[in-house]
Design a protein around this ligand. Sequence first.
Ligand SMILES: [Zn+2]
Length: 90
Amino acid sequence: MSHPGMCCREFVEFLSAYIDGDLPDDVRKDFEKHWIDCPPCLDYLESFRATIRMTHELGRCEETLPAAEVPRKLIDAILEARRRCKDGPR
Ligand SMILES: [Zn+2]
């Protein structure tokens, strides 16, 4: 299975699997390569992680969807990055 570079849409889709450690090695390597060239995705990953950590520390329900708590600004950054993605549908 080959992954010739990951686009932002895939990055977002793989994010929770990555956090859970569920990504196969080859996918994880592409995932980690992606954010080197894509600061918005790195920001997104970091705030996603921080949100999960916070959620756990507060002892909240683990089912809480972190995406719902990501600041609007970061979501806009991701949408902007997706628009630039060559592999995207548009
Ligand atoms: Zn990206």
